[in-house]
Ligand binder design. Sequence first.
Ligand code: G6P
Length: 605
Amino acid sequence: MCGIVAAVAQINVTPILLEGLKRLEYRGYDSCGVALHIDGKLQRSRSTSRVADLEAQVEKAHLSGFTGIAHTRWATHGAPATHNAHPHFSRDRIALVHNGIIENHDELRAELQAAGYHFESQTDTEVIAHLVNHMYNGDLFATVQQAVRRLTGAYAIAVFSVDEPHRVVAARQGSPLIVGVGQGQNFVASDAMALAGTTDQIIYLEEGDVVDLQLQRVWIVDAAGKAVEREVKTVHAYSSAVELGPYQHYMQKEIFEQPRAIADTLEGITGIMPELFGDGAFNVFKQIDSVLILACGTSYYAGLTAKYWIESIAKIPVNVEIASEYRYRDSVPNPNSLVVTISQSGETADTLAALKHARGQGMQHTLTICNVATSAMVRECALAYITRAGVEVGVASTKAFTTQLAALFLLTLALAQSKGRLSEEQEAAHLKAMRHLPAALQSVLALEPHIVAWAEAFARKENALFLGRGIHYPIALEGALKLKEITYIHAEAYAAGELKHGPLALVTEEMPVVTVAPNDALIEKLKSNMQEVRARGGQLYVFADADSHIKSSEGVHVIRLPENYGLLSPILHVVPLQLLSYHTALARGTDVDKPRNLAKSVTVE
Ligand code: G6P
């Protein structure tokens, strides 16, 4: 999703801005641009290509300046085209970049057009640039505070004026924005990673904040215009975490990091305690009578998996809802429900809004499973468990998903314990199985060469079906999502029992059917579903367990996972599906880490 970097310094800020944009590339974008204050003028360069091309353009034009703003854009209003790329100018006086969506842009555009402003783009952003210009009174900080009051919707903006050379003003409402504090130089950015290597002194702006950034000054006012002090946190630069090392892609790196990520996420856990989720968790867990899980994308599938665990082990009813649906649905609130949000980034707009919606309906018991400790989601929830996947750069989530599952299994056990449904023997057995996860993952990763062979066949297909049953049905969903995200092969997942209610009509010799087939209580049922596929000529690609009796035969290809992992099996069975997608994408030559049209961090609804 869109990214912002802005700087005020006594040195040329162009390299800092471009490096920042590169660090934000992982969020997904389709155009980019930079604007600088140069010799009393605004100058910019924009591109619908990669940041590296923008860099070449900027070098060729010799653009350098002490004050500047830069942006990666993920198109919402207006096609990905140079004239829609940010920064947007207003009458060569104001330059502005924006993340988010302005809902009243039509109304403001009409008003500004009537005042004589000419629009060059189809964006909602250009409206803000002209609005700031229209209201400008020589003091950009005061002007922006006034201007943002006219905006409805979500925004993070950074703006500068040709009349005030050493000043950038930024504001946020509904979209994340941080300030980087330096020595005689200051910055704003969408996230701390953009400033890795530049400064580790970070202020997380709050909703409604407007910040005045000058060489020696960072001055923040809140939504009411009152000066506020916001804590400066030392955020360890992620630079080394975002190096590719020996890997070809971040997704590959992140798949192979999973043993470490799970070990880190479960580090130091010697016993099950509700307090692992925060102070007061025991009382909350004892009180609640149901769980409501809210999430999007891959995180939603982690939630679906958790439903099986929580209902079977803790015996607490669970609803899992797609955040973008829940936030607008008339539902029946239960104040005794534990609202659990799951989010890698902690900034997904729909999940945040769904959480607020639940709270607004009187549900005050909130908990998040999140990978970013400093995110809005963690700040908004009373209880939290931080997964330690580390920075996830690949748009297609991998290690974030498996660490979410590990945390959700822990939550299941803590809930069961609070309800008196976890004996000491059970606790010890589950802990032992969890400690074994990193080693078990390592042996699943060793299956890679077998999966590469399958990927060759998949690369020639345009459709694929994924089947799973029970707790592995969400894993089939996640497998299909991975495949479509990065290979652009149309993939659908079904609970295998649903096969004959529709998808069987699609099965021919051309249709690969990936089957997640652990040796669990449903295996015989699943085998019948596999027969239904074979009888129509479909090609089965089966991920079975070491102790299962499924054998390779004509049209039935089998890879066995080294062990049967019991309750934790979903965490292991998703890994070969990630590898299958990754290698199929390689064979098809797609942009694995930055799939077309997708974004890592979805900060608009
Ligand atoms: C985007 C990402 C997905 C992610 C989803 C939810 O679609 O590409 O990988 O699962 O957002 O994001 P979250 O950060 O809330 O888990």
